[in-house]
Design a binder for this molecule. Structure first.
Ligand code: HEM
Length: 483
């Protein structure tokens, strides 16, 4: 067999890849063994910062196909007609754990989709839950600190978790989901995905609507119990990663049906709560599910680091026909992701094959920077306006201009009902589901400071008195009956 030679990074063939060059057979290793030096130095630099959240993940390529007409609502080209297909890359993840943490841990799951459209990449960076723990981006770093490790012990810290939850009652809806069966999905195929925030769709006529996205799993929902999740965490910490890769490799392609809820623009002013508040869901009776298309994942990445680790998902990546909303969390995220990518991957991260648009041309006047590994615009003009036929702005890319008024100040959301939706969710659960929810909560809250337990129990009781009383009784906390 005639193997190709090993080379150095500069391409020179290597004479010996087994024995370092020494001064004599028992002498010290020579600095002039540049192959050894290069190999050790490159190895030292193999790690890049892991994502500050959602560090552990798995991804795959696939296709999104439009199955129902929605072009009356949006001029987004990838949604323009039934039958239209668009390549996607999806990254699933857990949130709080490090890159080597167990896939089955109780945690929301990230559900991030990159659509490679002809108008550039559109990223829908959501979770497997329709709501979130907080609704102001200013609270995000504090919240995440409570989900990570205690600064002194370096251990996960239930006291911090429940202290923050109990002092942030807007978290109740999401934590109800987190401690229910849905907090431990069996794998990434058997769960829904949600855009969670409210977004905007804009039609070719310039008419706008508010929209929420739902990816419904075609595999059905399957969850672990707490005990199963703990067992699997020990036996196969990469269970969901393995499941996704193996299913696709075996030709068992997972799929999701994309539906949207659409709200007329003017309803936002008088809906029963603020529709931009990401701790709430819109009622299906008010805004029914409208089917849009089907997403199938059918190709595994060839290289985990190149594709899954280096993929850069950002809610800021939108295309004409899609807009942001005033959801404060979404607004904060518009900054956070590309900032994280510049830190984690470098300023030219969009040149990486998984990140660059696959069927759109990138044309702008940005040049140079570390690791500029394409042609850097060659000799083309690098300023605008110019007289040399450089790219120009496009009128048809105009979005909807949202009228605003008021005073610039730090403003909370006006609606403060943190209890109705979590209470409704609790009451919808079967007796078994309630039992497991309460058991999971009590398991997590056992050992937490009593003041914190009492504060959190009152939130459960406000949502549903029976729920709070059951948690209290199992934690041996005496509570007064609500009058
Ligand atoms: C990842 C920030 C809220 C879903 C990340 C990353 C950051 C971040 C910095 C790492 C990005 C990277 O290094 O590539 C924030 C901030 C938030 C917020 C500041 C609130 C203000 C949310 C919400 C959702 C979400 C509400 C879901 C609805 C995700 C997902 C990822 C992620 C799915 C992983 C993306 C991937 O697979 O590469 N977030 N996040 N985040 N976040 Fe958020």
């Amino acid at each position: 067999m005639n193997n190709k030679p090993i080379t150095t990074q500069s391409g020179a063939p290597v004479y010996d890849n087994q024995n370092s060059k020494t001064a004599g057979s028992r002498g010290p290793v020579l600095l002039e063994d540049v192959h050894l030096v290069e190999k050790l130095a490159h190895f030292n630099r193999e790690r890049i910062p892991e994502r500050v959240v959602h560090a552990k993940g798995a991804g795959a390529y696939g296709t999104f196909e439009v199955t129902h007409p929605v072009s009356q609502y949006t001029k987004a080209k990838f949604l323009s007609e039934v039958g239209k297909k668009t390549e996607v890359f999806v990254r699933f993840s857990t949130v709080g754990g490090e890159k080597g943490s167990a896939d089955s841990e109780r945690d929301p799951r990230g559900f991030a989709v990159k659509f490679y459209t002809e108008d550039g990449n559109y990223d829908l960076v959501g979770n497997n839950t329709p709501v979130f723990f907080i609704r102001d981006p200013l609270k995000f770093p504090d919240f995440i600190h409570t989900q990570k490790r205690n600064p002194a012990t370096n251990l996960k810290d239930p006291n911090a978790v429940w202290d923050f939850f109990s002092l942030s009652p807007e978290s109740l809806h999401q934590l109800t989901i987190l401690y229910s069966d849905r907090g431990t999905p069996k794998d990434y195929r058997h769960m829904h995905g949600f855009g969670s925030h409210t977004f905007q769709w804009v039609s070719a006529e310039g008419k706008a609507v508010w929209v929420k996205y739902h990816f419904r799993t075609d595999q059905g929902i399957e969850n672990f119990t707490r005990e199963e999740a703990a067992r699997v965490a020990g036996e196969d910490p990469d269970s969901a990663t393995r499941d996704l890769y193996t299913s696709i490799a075996e030709g068992n392609f997972p799929s999701w049906t994309l539906c949207v809820q659409i709200m007329p623009l003017e309803d936002a002013d008088h809906y029963k709560f603020d529709p931009f508040d990401v701790t709430k869901v819109w009622h299906y009776d008010d805004y029914p599910m409208i089917p849009v298309g089907r997403m199938v994942l059918n190709r595994n990445p060839e290289n985990y680091f190149a594709e899954v680790e280096q993929v850069a998902m950002s809610p800021a990546n939108i295309v004409p026909g899609i807009g942001y909303s005033p959801d404060k969390m979404l607004q904060g995220r518009l900054f956070a992701y590309s900032d994280a990518h510049r830190y984690r991957l470098g300023t030219n991260y969009n040149l990486l094959p998984v990140n660059r648009p696959h069927i759109a041309d990138v044309q702008n006047y940005q040049r140079d920077g570390a690791m500029r590994f394409d042609g850097n615009g060659g000799g083309s003009v690098n300023y605008e306006p110019n007289s040399f036929n450089g790219p120009t702005q496009l009128d048809s890319a105009k979005g909807y201009h949202l009228p605003v008024s008021g005073t610039a100040e730090s403003t909370p959301y006006q609606h403060d009902d943190h209890y109705t939706q979590p209470g409704d969710l609790y009451r919808l659960m079967s007796p078994d589901e309630k039992e497991r929810l309460i058991d999971n909560i009590v398991h997590s809250m056992t050992g937490v400071d009593e003041t914190i337990q009492r504060r959190q129990i009152e939130h459960f009781r406000k949502a549903d008195e029976e729920w709070g009383n059951r948690v209290a009784s199992l934690l041996n906390i005496a509570v007064k009956a609500n009058s």
